[in-house]
Ligand binder design. Structure first.
Ligand code: NAG
Ligand code: NAG
Ligand code: NAG
Ligand code: NAG
Ligand code: NAG
Ligand code: NAG
Ligand code: NAG
Ligand code: NAG
Ligand code: NAG
Ligand code: NAG
Ligand code: NAG
Ligand code: NAG
Length: 472
C-alpha cells in the first residue's frame, strides 16, 4: 500500500519535471549564459591554480549558468552572482585578473573570500561593477591599497575587505567610501591600514557594522559626532586615537549597539568612556576591552551588580585580557553573568589566594593564560563543581605557575568534556597521572610543552580517538 503510494508520487514528480523542462525549453524562459560572459569567466580561470577541483565544472562547452559558484538571471541569462567562498580544505591559489570579469555587467554579488591570491592588488576596475551590492574579498591574500574607485559602487550594501594582512592591504581608507550611502556593513579589520578615519564616513547613515579593529595603525581624531551612524549594532575600533569627550557621547547615543570592541584604547582613566560602556552593558552580547588600561575598580564600576539584574544579562563574550586586573575581578564576574560563554582574562594578575569556586554555568571558553596562577588557586576536592563547568570545552592555563600534577586531577574532576587544554609553560613536575588521559576522552588539542614533566607518556593518549594535536 505504502509502497504503491511512493511509486505514484515519484511518477507524478517525474512527469512534473518533464513538463516543466519542456515548457521551459519551448518558451525559452530559462536563458543560457551569454557567450561574452562565459569567455570572461574562462579568462578569469586562467590565472588560478585549482588543485582541489573547485572549478572542475568550468568547461568551455557547457552552459556557464550551471557552473559551480555561478548564478544567472533566468530572464536575461546574465551572471549576477559569483560565489567562490573558500573553506579550510578547498581554496583557490593564484593571481587571477579581476578586471577580466568587467564583462559581467549585471554582477550584484562577488564573494572571493578565503582564497589565496598571493598579494594581488584589488583592481581599480572594480569601480566598473556598477550593480554590485555585495563584495567580499576578506581573508584572500590581497595586497596593495584599497582602490578609491570602490566609492563608485553606489549600490553596495556589504563590503568586507578584512583579514588581508598576509601581504598587507595597506594605505589609507579612501574618503570616497563615504559615497557608499547604501552601505550596511563595512569591515576593514586586520589589514595594514594607516592614517586617519576619513570624516566622509559619517555619511554612511545605513551602516550597521563598522569593523576597524586588528593590527591597524589608524590614528588622529575619531570623526563622528553624536547622531552619526545611528543604526550601528557593531562597532570595532582599534588605533592610536586622540579620544575626546564627544567621541564617548557619539557611542553613547548608538541605541542599537550589541557588539563593542575597543581593544587597545586607553579607557581606564576616562570616566566618560567607562560611563558610556556601563550604560550599554545591559544591551551588549559581546564586549572586548582588551589592553584598555583597566584596573579592578574600573571593572567594578562597569559591572555594578546593584544597577541591574545580572541573571538576565545578555553578555555572552567578554574579553578583558591584557589589563591590570586581579582575583577580585574574577570573583566579581564569576558572580555576574550566568550567560557568559567566552571569557578571556589572559595577561592579568589573577592570584587566587583562596580556593575559588567559579560559577559560570554556560562557559565554553575560559582563557586564564599568563595570569600568575598557582596551585592554591584550585580547590582540591569538590563534587559540586563537576556540573557547573561541564559546558567548558576550551581551557587555557598556559604560562602560569602551576607546579604539581594535582592540576591534572583537578581538571579531571572539574570538567566533563574538554576539547582543548593548554597547560604549556608551567612548572609541572613528575608523571602524568594515568587516570588523567583515561578521563580526557574528548580531547582534540593538548599542550603540555615547556614543563618539567617526567616519566612515561601514558599509553592511553593513543586511545583518545579525537586527539588531533599533542604538544609535549
Ligand atoms: C526565476 O527567478 C526568480 C527569482 O530568482 C524565481 O522566483 C523564479 O521562480 C525563476 N523562474 C524560473 C522559470 O526558474
Ligand atoms: C587584466 O584584464 C584587463 C581586461 O581584460 C586587461 O586590460 C589587463 O591588461 C589585464 N591585466 C593583466 C595584468 O593581465
Ligand atoms: C565574508 O566571508 C567570510 C568567510 O570567508 C565570512 O565569515 C564573512 O561573514 C563574510 N562577510 C560578509 C559581509 O558576509
Ligand atoms: C563609475 O561608474 C560609471 C558607470 O556607472 C563608469 O562610467 C565610470 O567609469 C566609473 N568610474 C570609475 C572610476 O570606476
Ligand atoms: C565621492 O567622494 C569624493 C570624496 O569624498 C567626492 O569628491 C566626490 O564628489 C564623490 N563622488 C560622487 C559621485 O558622489
Ligand atoms: C545623545 O544623547 C543625549 C543623552 O544621552 C541626548 O541629550 C542627545 O540629544 C542625544 N543626541 C542625539 C543627536 O541623538
Ligand atoms: C538598549 O536597548 C533598548 C531597546 O532595544 C533601547 O531602548 C535602549 O536605548 C538601549 N540602551 C542603550 C544604552 O542604548
Ligand atoms: C596596547 O595598547 C598600546 C596603546 O595603548 C599599544 O602601544 C600596545 O602595542 C598594545 N599592546 C598589545 C599587546 O596589543
Ligand atoms: C532577576 O531575573 C530573574 C529571571 O528573570 C528573576 O528570577 C530574579 O528574581 C531577578 N532578580 C532580581 C534581584 O530582580
Ligand atoms: C556574589 O553573590 C552573592 C549572592 O548574590 C553575594 O553574597 C556575594 O557577596 C557576591 N560575591 C561577590 C564577589 O560579588
Ligand atoms: C576528585 O574527585 C574524587 C571523588 O569523586 C575525590 O576523591 C578526589 O579527591 C578529587 N580530586 C581532586 C583533585 O579534587
Ligand atoms: C549534578 O548532576 C547530577 C546528574 O547529572 C545531579 O544528580 C546533581 O544534582 C547535580 N549537582 C549539582 C550540584 O547541580
Amino acid at each position: 500500500m505504502m509502497r504503491n503510494y511512493v511509486v505514484k508520487c515519484v511518477y507524478a514528480l517525474v512527469m512534473l519535471m518533464l513538463l516543466y523542462d519542456d515548457a521551459a525549453s519551448i518558451h525559452g524562459e530559462v536563458k543560457k549564459c551569454l557567450h561574452k560572459e562565459r569567455h570572461a569567466l574562462l579568462t578569469f580561470k586562467h590565472g588560478i591554480h585549482d588543485d582541489v577541483g573547485m572549478l572542475s565544472t568550468w568547461n568551455d562547452d557547457d552552459d556557464c549558468c550551471k557552473w559551480q559558484g555561478i548564478t544567472c538571471s533566468n530572464q536575461t541569462g546574465h551572471v549576477f552572482h559569483l560565489n567562490f567562498r573558500a573553506s579550510d580544505s578547498q581554496y583557490l591559489i593564484g593571481q587571477p585578473n579581476i578586471s577580466t570579469l568587467i564583462d559581467l555587467q549585471e554582477l550584484e554579488h562577488l564573494d572571493l573570500s578565503g582564497n589565496y591570491f598571493l598579494g594581488n592588488s584589488i583592481s581599480e576596475h572594480i569601480g566598473l561593477f556598477s550593480k554590485l551590492r555585495y563584495l567580499n574579498l576578506s581573508d584572500a591574500g590581497f595586497g596593495g591599497n584599497i582602490p578609491y574607485q570602490l566609492g563608485n559602487l553606489s549600490q553596495l550594501q556589504y563590503l568586507d575587505l578584512s583579514h588581508n594582512f598576509f601581504y598587507g592591504l595597506g594605505g589609507a581608507i579612501p574618503p570616497q567610501l563615504g559615497n557608499l550611502t547604501h552601505l550596511r556593513y563595512m569591515d576593514l579589520s586586520y589589514n595594514d591600514l594607516g592614517g586617519e578615519i576619513p570624516s566622509q564616513l559619517k555619511h554612511l547613515g545605513q551602516l550597521q557594522y563598522l569593523g576597524l579593529s586588528g593590527e591597524t595603525e589608524l590614528s588622529g581624531a575619531i570623526p563622528f559626532e553624536s547622531g552619526d551612524l545611528p543604526l550601528l549594532h557593531t562597532l570595532k575600533l582599534r588605533g592610536d586615537f586622540v579620544l575626546k569627550t564627544k567621541d564617548a557621547e557619539w557611542v553613547s547615543n548608538l541605541s542599537f549597539l550589541n557588539t563593542l570592541d575597543l581593544t587597545s584604547l586607553s579607557l581606564g582613566n576616562s570616566h566618560q568612556w567607562l560611563r558610556m560602556i556601563r550604560k550599554h552593558i545591559p544591551n551588549l552580547s559581546e564586549l572586548r576591552l582588551s589592553n584598555c588600561s583597566l584596573f579592578d575598580n574600573d571593572v567594578q564600576f562597569l559591572f555594578d551588580i546593584h544597577s541591574y539584574n545580572s541573571t538576565t544579562s545578555s553578555l555572552t563574550i567578554l574579553d578583558l585580557s591584557d589589563n591590570m586586573l586581579t582575583s577580585s575581578t574574577f570573583q566579581l564576574l564569576s558572580n555576574f553573568s550566568s550567560n557568559l560563554r567566552e571569557f578571556y582574562l589572559s595577561n592579568n594578575n589573577i592570584v587566587l589566594l583562596h580556593p575559588h569556586y567559579p560559577s559560570f554555568p554556560s562557559l565554553v571558553i575560559l582563557d586564564l593564560s599568563s595570569c600568575s596562577l598557582t596551585e592554591t588557586s584550585f580547590p582540591m576536592s569538590s563534587t559540586s563543581m563537576v556540573n557547573s563547568s561541564s559546558s567548558l570545552l576550551v581551557l587555557d592555563l598556559n604560562s602560569n605557575l602551576l607546579t604539581s600534577s594535582n592540576i591534572f586531577n583537578w581538571i579531571f574532576n572539574f570538567t566533563a568534556n574538554l576539547h582543548n587544554l593548554d597547560l604549556g609553560g608551567n612548572l609541572l613536575e613528575g608523571p602524568i597521572p594515568i587516570g588523567f588521559a583515561e578521563a580526557m576522552n574528548s580531547l582534540e588539542d593538548l599542550d603540555l610543552s615547556n614543563n618539567k614533566l617526567q616519566g612515561d607518556i601514558p599509553a592511553f593518549f593513543g586511545n583518545i580517538c579525537t586527539l588531533q594535536t599533542l604538544v609535549i
